[in-house]
Design a protein around this ligand. Sequence first.
Ligand code: GTP
Ligand code: MG
Length: 298
Amino acid sequence: MPINMPTHKAGFVNIIGNPNVGKSTLMNAWVGERLSIITSKAQTTRHRILGIVNGEDFQIIFSDTPGIIKPAYQLQSSMMDFVKSAFDDADILVYMVEIGEKELKDEAFFKKIVNAKVPVLLLINKIDVSDQSTLEKQVEFWKERVPNAEIYPISAKEKFQTQEVFDRIIALLPESPPFYPKDQLTDKPERFFVNETIREKILLHYKKEIPYSVEIDTEEFKEEENIIRIRSIILVERDSQKGIIIGHKGQALKYVGIEARKDLEVFFGKQIHLELYVKVAKDWRSDERQLRRFGYKE
Ligand SMILES: Nc1nc2c(ncn2[C@@H]2O[C@H](COP(=O)(O)OP(=O)(O)OP(=O)(O)O)[C@@H](O)[C@H]2O)c(=O)[nH]1
Ligand SMILES: [Mg+2]
């Protein structure tokens, strides 16, 4: 037997925290791909999305999760079930807070972090918009609140200190064979990224409750030699929202289509033909059957 057996490390590194703190920005930075959509609105992420980083002798499975909230309707309860699942299989927990933030929006989840059996890395994000003395106070505050955590001030957006945390994660990873094939980047199919790209444009271009009432269903994804042909349906909760999505003379919808197509061409590295339609899926956010259809429930 050789004296130095080659070892391999692998594990789940699950990123949790309040909405809008920068969880998706961080995962994308670590993975080097725009897997998760990012906007300045809370509840941008609705699913648990895996981003896999492979090295010769390691595999890190990052998971981005929805921001923690008190659920008000069934979709939000399903989103919190994704967060729960991220506690269950974590080898390392990344708890992200932003400068100035005081507490997690759910006390039970907070207790799970403080009592976690796995290493907890507490990342204080957005330090690019802070100053030294504020930051020092924040570090003291979090040291007391989460004594079991290692604390790192970072900026996910500016990629400040993100490499240092990445290296620390590799050091903490348990010995294990890889969980996924070494060329796999995520657990989600192509259509998921189409849906999310369109939803990002809707979050960016419509106000108030509209983006939260929208779900996307990609009915066709046909890859040909030089082009991918996509047909997606934008589903809204009520008839009155249909006209808002379409806009005056169809201008609003046209804009969403153009913007989404540009991003999708970069993501898939191919020319895209994108057709968008709007339909009503009445009260889908509170409908078990429809939530299952859209992948929010088993
Ligand atoms: N100034 C600054 N802004 C950041 C940083 N990281 C993220 N942001 C911004 O914060 C906003 C939210 O970022 P996301 O990555 O979507 O946050 P999230 O935690 O995934 O949000 P949810 O999915 O809604 O829970 C976006 O406008 C980002 O550009 C950072 O390091 N500095
Ligand atoms: Mg997110």
